[in-house]
Write a protein that binds this ligand. Structure first.
Ligand code: 3PG
Ligand code: MG
Length: 378
């Protein structure tokens, strides 16, 4: 049985009328001084919540917020999230921040017992946290009838679909600061993609591996050998042909791939932006994770904007990994013009890399999970 087929869905739960359902959500939303700056992750959980309410269940949501390190911290209270949730989904209960208790991250059995006490079923819709083997994610399915929510199911379908049966040409566009953070997924994708497009600060380690002087740009010297190996792998890897950055005298300039001493690159240049957009336009499947430059600063936003626009314009099936690339799309007003914006950054990369996550493995072992004919799991 495939990874996906063995996962219990909402319809695999017993009748829920009058029953209490614990829903693990990822309401780890960006906050600014107690105010929610983007409620995407809350809205993304609504289909599951509404389906459960439609079945007559009482819904009790639980999430972490930030990294409060196992003790209560008013800066990370769920109050603002609870208020927004009450507007979007009246009648839903929301527990206090799970990470106010050290038992959450420690996957402590006593904490799990408290979470499931009085609950009749468990639903996991917290895709963004499914790569964490924490109490609220792996604990409840050991005893409660359990299921993936709609959001988690869609994430799994889209991301495993990229791994298992992408339409070709399949292009992965990767950016962000560090190649070391993405190495696992790069290696995994190399087998299945037709081309990799590399921008963001991580491109400088690749450019350095080719022998280009990169000035004072970010570089991970210990990854240069890895980049050389990837470049020699025979796969098509598109690197920038020009760079925008700040020269030693503080002026913003555009160079080719040879940066002068003291120069620091912050975006791909216009030639690279056009070339990368062409690759995206000609693809049938595109996965994008990581901005092409420091797009928060308008002087260094053009490369990321060009890729975002190509994502919107291409006829390819387009998937955006969470985090910074999703924020960039939203900043450019293009977030509704791609096929799937993942709610998980780390989780989407780990699922693409490994094909499974701790949260999914826990659900496959739930008492009500579909079993294959041989009785084996997975
Ligand atoms: C996220 O925002 O990436 C998820 O909510 C997981 O949070 P974490 O990285 O603090 O575990
Ligand atoms: Mg499109």
């Amino acid at each position: 049985m495939s990874t996906r087929a063995a996962l219990p869905v909402l319809e695999d739960l017993p009748p829920l009328a009058g029953h209490r359902v614990l829903v693990r959500t990822d309401f780890n939303v960006p906050m600014d001084g107690g105010r929610i700056t983007d409620d995407f992750r809350i809205r993304a959980a609504l289909p599951t919540i509404q389906w459960l309410q439609g079945q007559g269940a009482s819904v009790v949501c639980a999430s972490h917020l930030g990294r409060p390190k196992g003790k209560p911290d008013p800066r990370w209270s769920m109050d603002a999230v609870r208020a927004r949730l009450a507007e979007l989904a009246p009648g839903v209960e929301l527990l206090e921040n799970l990470r106010f208790d050290a038992g959450e991250e420690a996957n402590d059995a006593a904490f799990v017992a408290r979470l499931v006490d009085g609950m009749d079923a468990y639903v996991d819709d917290a895709f963004g946290a499914a790569h964490r083997a924490h109490a609220s994610i792996v604990g409840p399915p050991r005893t409660l009838p359990s299921a993936m929510g709609r959001l988690l199911a869609r994430e799994v379908d889209v991301l495993l679909g990229l791994r298992d049966h992408p339409k070709h040409p399949f292009v992965a566009v990767l950016g962000g600061a560090k190649i070391s953070d993405k190495l696992g997924v790069v290696e995994a994708l190399l087998d299945v993609v037709d081309a990799l497009v590399i921008g963001g600060a991580m491109c400088f380690t690749f450019l350095a591996a080719q022998g280009n002087p990169i000035g004072d740009s970010l570089c991970e010297p210990d990854q240069i050998d890895t980049c050389r190996r990837l470049l020699a792998s025979g796969k098509t890897i598109h690197l920038p042909e020009d760079i925008i950055g700040v020269a030693a005298d503080g002026s913003v300039q555009t160079w080719g791939t040879h940066l002068p001493a003291g120069a620091k690159g912050f975006d791909i240049g216009p030639g690279s932006a056009a070339a990368f957009a062409d690759v995206v336009m000609d693809a049938r499947t595109v996965f994008w994770n990581g901005p092409m430059g420091m797009f928060e600063d308008e002087r260094f936003a053009a490369g990321t904007r060009a890729v975002a626009q190509a994502m919107a314009d291409t006829r390819a099936f387009t998937v955006v990994g969470g985090g910074d690339s999703a924020a960039a799309l939203a900043q450019f007003g293009l977030d509704d013009q791609v096929d799937h914006v993942s709610t998980g950054g780390g989780a989407s990369l780990e699922l693409l890399e490994l094909g499974d996550l701790p949260g999914l493995a826990a659900l496959r072992a739930a008492p009500n999970a579909p079993r294959s004919a041989s009785g084996s799991e997975g």
